[in-house]
Design a protein around this ligand. Structure first.
Ligand SMILES: [Zn+2]
Length: 284
């Protein structure tokens, strides 16, 4: 399995969100699981890359610390990490597309970021930054965004609508699935969600941990149901030969090890599908 990671993606956790600090413990857990894990460093995105998905003035204001980041702080450490977190998503998508495979980007904090506004732990929308960079590199490319974070990817919709990005198929489960009694219907709908992206060469998959039923900002799925979600997503994409770059998105249980355990299960399910090894039982 290919994982895009370097310490440049990490910043001290801000406020009540562990997201900025999460890449390192997640990658450590994955490495423990898979000694053959192949780590590739992210290529940092540029101001011009950010400015495809956001107002240039907003991008410059964030880096000059004239406005707060998505955590509501003004942090040089967070700012230094931002070109690498969006860069990890873009690097993962490039590698996935080139190899027609699955590549992990252990990053969070994208889908609430709007055209000219950071929100809810999200400063820049690395999903849209990635989609727009890929489209510039591959004219005519169609991109899917399969957002299975617990929350509505409103920032992604804002940018897609503002720029009229008809070549992106965006599905955000947070608009439709909120309650434990919907778990079965959600899992059954996954093949249909993926089928909507049948004409996409690559899908950006937000494998959020906050749909977990114990999440303080979630949730509606058990640990086993989250693993089943991931198994179905990867299997459906694999069956359709659609490349996938996947991110961590939200997860707010304490201690952080509970969130890391969910991301471990996502890695196991991905590896099981793409390496052809049988999926082990998810960790409880
Ligand atoms: Zn969320």
């Amino acid at each position: 399995m290919i994982v895009v990671y370097s310490d440049a993606m990490v910043a001290p956790a801000q406020g009540s969100s562990p997201s900025a600090g999460k890449p390192r413990p997640v990658v450590d857990a994955w490495r423990e699981l898979d000694a053959a894990m192949h780590v590739v460093a992210p290529v940092a995105v540029t101001i011009d890359d950010f400015a495809r998905a956001h107002s240039r003035r907003f991008v410059e204001d964030v880096f000059a610390m004239r406005v707060a980041n998505g955590f509501g702080t003004r942090s040089a450490d967070v700012n230094r990490s931002l070109p690498y977190t969006s860069g990890a998503m873009l690097t993962a998508a490039r590698l996935a597309l080139a190899g027609r495979t699955a590549v992990a980007a252990p990053v969070s904090g994208f889908h609430h970021a709007r055209w000219s506004e950071a929100a809810a732990y999200c400063t820049f929308n690395g999903l849209l930054v990635t989609a727009l960079a890929l489209r510039a590199e591959h004219p005519g490319l169609r991109v899917g965004i399969l957002d299975y974070d617990y929350h509505y990817g409103d920032g992604s919709d804002d940018i897609i609508a503002r720029l009229g990005l008809h070549w992106i198929t965006h599905y955000t489960a947070g608009q439709n699935y909120l309650y434990p009694e919907q778990a079965g219907a959600f899992l059954d709908a996954i093949p249909e969600h993926v089928a909507r992206m049948a004409d996409c060469a690559v899908v950006l998959y937000q494998a959020g941990a906050d749909p977990h039923i114990d999440d303080p900002l979630g949730g509606f799925l058990s640990t086993a149901e989250l693993a089943e979600r991931d198994r179905r997503v990867f299997q459906c994409l694999h069956d359709r030969a659609i490349a996938v770059a996947w991110s961590l998105a939200g997860g707010y249980q304490q201690p952080l090890s509970k969130v890391v355990a969910i991301h471990r299960n996502t890695y196991r399910e991905c590896r099981a599908v793409y390496a052809g090894t049988p999926a082990p039982a998810p960790e409880r």
